[in-house]
Structures are given as structure tokens and as C-alpha cells.
Design a protein around this ligand. Structure first.
Ligand code: ADP
Ligand code: MG
Length: 326
């Protein structure tokens, strides 16, 4: 399978028609029609084998996840996805691998009417770089720098399940005694994240700031706090924990997964107190739980408050002070 057969395969398998694509894959550049009155939200993410995913990850899951992590960034901006370009570096041209990769990619692309309009294909260690572009009405994007002191901090869904899934996969901090359904659920959460696009759109005009949680709540919430010039105070007991996660580890282990685990792809937002009812109603319409976990206040850094009201010291780089909360 040569480079051009490979590109043709991608073109056919990932085809999602959109009226705003004048010219897609096949020419020197794609020709696209930006939407009037909108800004273009542009985001790029790279997945490298052995760094961002275990080498054993199924190609369907890679295609899905490469797109999901990018769409999650658009969700966090309150943007509606439109187009993507794909830079694919493959060790060898494996038709079967490519077919399954495209299947995973196309499944999510179709669900969100996203058109793959171009890319580049090269040989080398497996690496997937995707750029996505989406629309947001001018001035309406959810940014990291818009939080105000007093705003509530909310998160969507449940945290820590993907991290527990990774522990399961790698055999580290291995969750014990889990049934097959729980194990499958945690692995699905790791391999097939569902970007919160509908929620991102629904929170435009309601949330004052947003980020998607890809590197763990503690770190990502810290980005909103830093960009907004504020401190964030969250309560460990309030972090949304699924029943599955509760069965996978003790309270401390769960907290570690919830605060520092990666790959959640949930949204973390700042919401002014007088708009909380609107935010909850918007989330309910999207069928996504939204949990109030704390508030922004003057200062800097993220503070995690334990059950007794004391601060739990969480080092950015590690958890050496963590046992203080037992
Ligand atoms: P050029 O040599 O002009 O850069 P290429 O041969 O690299 O063109 O690509 C030919 C066409 O195929 C272009 O439209 C390009 O955007 C598209 N393409 C190449 N690789 C990919 C890919 N991995 N996914 C999607 N489109 C691709
Ligand atoms: Mg090229």
C-alpha cells in the first residue's frame, strides 16, 4: 500500500459531507467557507505511541481518541466543530490497521458532522497529530481568563475513571476485585472519551470561564485560576465519584485519580452564583451531571479542602504530602 493509496483509503473511509467544504482532500490545499459573524476556534493535539497511549491500544480506539481529545478542546471553548486535518506518521502501511483507525475516527466525526479536509502522511514511529477547527459566534467563546472571585467551580460527569482504567491496564495501583462490567466501563472511559460538545455550547453566555480536564483536575483548574488571576478552593468530598470508581479503590486512591489522573475530558467551568440555576438546567438538558465543587477567591493556586476543613497539601509534581489528609 503506497502513500497515495493510503490517502485515498482515508478519504473514502472518513468522508463526512459538509456544505461549507468547497474542496476537501486531494488538492494542494482545502478550500473552506468560514461562517459569517463567527470566530474560528483552532486547536491541535498530538498522540505519540508509548507516551500518550500504550502501544497495544486498538486502532479503532486510537482513531476515536485522537479526534475526541481535540473535540474536547473545542467543547471547552464553546465552539461547534466543523473541519479537521490529520498528520499521520506510520511505521508501515498496514491496510487493516488503517481501516480500523479510520472506523474509529469516522464514528466520532459523523456524530459531530466534522469533515476531514486534508492532512499529511509520513513514515516513522506511530504518531497522530490532529488539528480541528470550529465556529463560535464572535465574542462568545468560553476562555480560561474570564473567572471572577465568587464564581462557583463546576465539573461535568465523573472524574478519575479514565485514570483508574489506565491503572487497570498498566497494573499499577491495580483496582482489585472488580467485576467484568466495571473493568470494561473503566477501560471504555480511557479509550473512548465523549467530548462534552453539547454542554460547551449550552454553557455559552452562562459560564465565565472553562477548560477541559485532560491532565487532571488539580492542574487544569490551576490554569483557569492562573489565567484569571485568582485562587481556586475545592472540596475533596464534593468531587463527583462514580459507583464504579468507588468500587475500584479506597477513598485516598479515588481522590488521587480524581485530582491528578489524566484523560477525563470533562469540562471544568466558572459560573457566577446567580447563573448556577441556568447552568444546572443547561447541563440537565444535555443529560450531563454538573457538580458544584467549590469557588474562586482572591489569591493564587488551587486549594483542596478535606473533610475536616483542613487543606490537603497537593504538590504539583507529586503527592508526597498527600497522606496528611488521612
Ligand atoms: P502535497 O504533496 O501537495 O502536500 P500530499 O500528497 O501530501 O500533497 O497530499 C495529497 C492530498 O491528500 C492533500 O489534499 C492532503 O491534504 C491530503 N492528505 C494527505 N495525507 C492525509 C491524511 N493523513 N489525512 C487526510 N488527508 C490527507
Ligand atoms: Mg504533503
Amino acid at each position: 500500500m503506497g502513500e497515495f493509496a493510503l490517502i485515498e483509503e482515508i478519504r473514502q473511509r472518513c468522508n463526512v459531507p459538509r456544505p461549507d467544504v468547497t474542496l476537501g482532500i486531494g488538492d494542494d490545499a482545502a478550500l473552506l467557507q468560514p461562517r459569517a459573524g463567527n470566530e474560528l476556534a483552532v486547536s491541535m493535539d498530538t498522540l505519540v505511541a508509548g507516551v500518550h497511549f500504550p502501544a497495544t491500544t486498538a486502532p479503532f480506539d486510537l482513531g476515536w481518541k485522537a479526534l475526541a481529545v481535540n473535540l474536547s478542546d473545542l467543547a471547552a471553548m464553546g465552539a461547534e466543530p466543523a473541519w479537521a486535518t490529520l498528520a499521520l506518521t506510520l511505521p508501515s502501511p498496514d491496510a487493516d490497521w488503517l481501516a480500523r483507525f479510520c472506523e474509529g475516527f469516522a464514528a466520532l466525526a459523523r456524530a459531530h458532522e466534522l469533515a476531514l479536509v486534508g492532512g499529511d502522511t509520513t513514515r516513522g514511529p506511530l504518531s497522530i497529530t490532529l488539528t480541528v477547527q470550529g465556529f463560535v459566534p464572535r465574542g462568545a467563546a468560553l476562555r480560561r481568563d474570564g473567572a471572577r472571585a465568587g464564581d462557583r467551580i463546576v465539573v461535568s460527569g465523573h472524574l478519575g475513571e479514565a485514570a483508574a482504567g489506565l491503572s487497570l491496564l498498566l497494573g499499577t495501583d491495580a483496582p482489585r476485585g472488580l467485576g467484568d462490567a466495571d473493568r470494561e466501563h473503566l477501560l471504555q472511559r480511557l479509550n473512548r472519551p465523549h467530548p462534552r460538545l453539547a454542554l460547551g455550547l449550552a454553557l455559552r453566555g452562562i459560564a465565565s470561564a472553562a477548560i477541559d480536564i485532560s491532565d487532571g483536575l488539580h492542574q487544569d483548574l490551576g490554569h483557569i485560576a492562573a489565567r484569571s488571576g485568582l485562587a481556586a478552593r475545592i472540596h475533596a468530598d464534593c468531587l463527583p465519584r462514580s459507583d464504579t470508581l468507588a468500587r475500584a479503590g479506597d477513598v485516598l486512591q479515588c481522590l488521587r485519580w480524581q485530582l491528578a489522573g489524566g484523560d477525563d475530558y470533562e469540562l471544568c467551568c466558572a459560573v457566577p452564583p446567580d447563573r448556577m440555576a441556568q447552568a444546572l438546567a443547561a447541563a440537565a438538558r444535555c443529560g450531563v451531571p454538573l457538580t458544584d465543587i467549590g469557588a474562586f477567591e482572591p489569591g493564587s493556586q488551587v486549594r483542596v479542602i478535606g473533610r475536616g476543613g483542613d487543606e490537603i497539601a497537593v504538590g504539583y509534581g507529586g503527592w508526597e504530602h498527600f497522606s496528611a489528609c488521612t
